[in-house]
Design a protein around this ligand. Structure first.
Ligand SMILES: *Cc1c(COP(=O)(O)O)cnc(C)c1O
Length: 405
């Protein structure tokens, strides 16, 4: 049996007719830009997040850009975030002319290290951008306390965390702005690109709404330079059908994570993600496969990885070996993310050398995301568990043999 990292087949079987009808209705209405379908989604989404305002836009990346612009962040400003994230987190900061300042993540949670975050604040710092990576919420009480102490804005990157909450309160409702992505593989995915910003401040919501439409408060009056970044009606129609299922889907993700955690505990030689707080939404289930040093002793067939050599990262051979073996057994895994943002060629000018963010760099060489999505069947979950257990046994067996020899 094949176990894909993500699949829409089952969801399309279940919701196909409703989705067809919703899309067809927009198609036949002729109203593709703006209109009631979008307003309805924005209202429903704001309610889910627990903020008075939600504004749809073109993508999660644009949501981050609109948030930063809306808060008046631009050239000369620093925004502190983590480098262990999708590239767009930092790209959005650069897109508004500000400078991303990277701090390391915690090894246990994979999330931004809040001690380092506070220590990195300078007079140029204007905002903090915590990332609820893999659907796990950052401690937003602490982030907000730090922000308040230093009078900084908070932009939450909630792209992977629709449906997640911290201390019983949804992510995206804590900071000044919450930024969401509806990319198809996120917890709430559309049929293409889409995103939204959420906030409590009416004037800020209005400003972001105008920025998303060419800085245009009324037709053909442009008060500032903006973007063309609307959520389109067909996407809103799809999201309207899917949103009522989000909570149930998160529950399913949680139960898969729970099963992986309890049944893989004994596998050894890989480390499992922490259970995390109750509000974890498990967009990804990310295990770690440490490389054995100094040379791959665990398995003679491990080959040094090209990325490690090219980007000055720790050796990733054992992780890469396990990924390949899983693939041969029909289990497709993904590496989020093989190269940290601060080591990307596009950010070479910022001067973060090898070893500058050691935990982030090690994680990039060790992480492997197992298949997790609401419709992943019980049999498929079992196949992931059995295959991984067998491979771990094989691996620790050959490591013992290598030590003995
Ligand atoms: C997906 C993602 C984004 C960008 O969202 P898009 O809708 O693809 O533009 C930003 N940040 C993180 C952490 C993401 O995972």
């Amino acid at each position: 049996m094949q176990v894909p990292p993500f699949s829409l087949t089952e969801q399309l079987d279940a919701l196909g007719e409703q989705l067809d009808a919703a899309v067809l209705q927009v198609l036949r209405s002729g109203q593709y830009i703006g209109g009631g379908v979008i307003a309805a989604f924005e209202q429903a989404f704001a309610k889910t997040v627990g903020t008075p305002y939600a504004v749809g836009c073109n993508s999660g990346t644009d949501a981050l850009i609109l948030a930063l612009r809306g808060l008046g962040i631009g050239p000369g400003d620093e925004v502190i975030t983590c480098s262990f994230s999708f590239f767009a987190t930092a790209e959005a900061i650069s897109a508004v002319g500000a400078t991303p300042v990277f701090v390391d993540v915690e090894e246990s949670s994979y999330l931004i290290n809040l001690d380092q975050l506070e220590a990195a604040i300078t007079p140029a710092t204007k905002a903090l951008m915590p990332v609820h990576l893999f659907g796990r919420p950052v401690d937003m009480e602490r982030v907000c306390a730090i922000a308040q102490r230093h009078q900084l804005k908070v932009v939450e990157d909630c792209a992977q965390a629709s449906g997640a909450s911290w201390a019983g309160r949804p992510v995206g409702s804590w900071g000044d702005v919450g930024c969401f992505s509806f990319f198809p593989t996120k917890n709430l995915g559309g049929a293409g690109d889409g995103g939204a910003v959420t906030c409590r401040d009416e004037a800020l919501a209005q400003r972001m709404r105008e920025l998303a439409v060419h800085g245009m408060p009324r037709r053909y009056l442009h008060t500032e330079l903006g973007y063309n970044s609307r959520l389109d009606a067909i996407q809103a129609a799809v999201l309207n059908v899917k949103l009522p299922h989000l909570e149930r889907w998160i529950t399913l993700r949680r139960s898969i994570a729970h099963r992986y955690r309890s049944q893989l505990e004994a596998a050894g030689s890989i480390s499992l993600p922490e259970a995390g707080p109750e509000g974890h939404s498990w967009n990804q289930f990310v295990v770690r496969v440490p490389a054995c040093s100094p040379t791959p002793a665990c398995n003679q067939s491990c080959t040094p990885s090209a990325d490690s050599a090219s980007f000055g990262l720790p050796e990733a051979c054992c992780r890469d070996w396990l990924k390949q073996q899983l693939q041969e057994a029909g289990v497709t895994t993904i590496i989020y993310y093989p190269i940290p943002i601060h080591r990307q060629p596009a950010y070479a000018h910022l001067g973060y050398g090898p070893g500058s963010l050691p935990v982030t760099e090690r994680l990039c060489s060790e992480v492997l995301s197992l298949p997790i999505f609401p419709e992943l069947s019980s049999l498929q979950q079992q196949q992931v568990i059995d295959t991984l257990q067998a491979l771990c046994q094989q691996r620790s067996g050959s490591a013992a043999a290598a030590v003995a020899a």
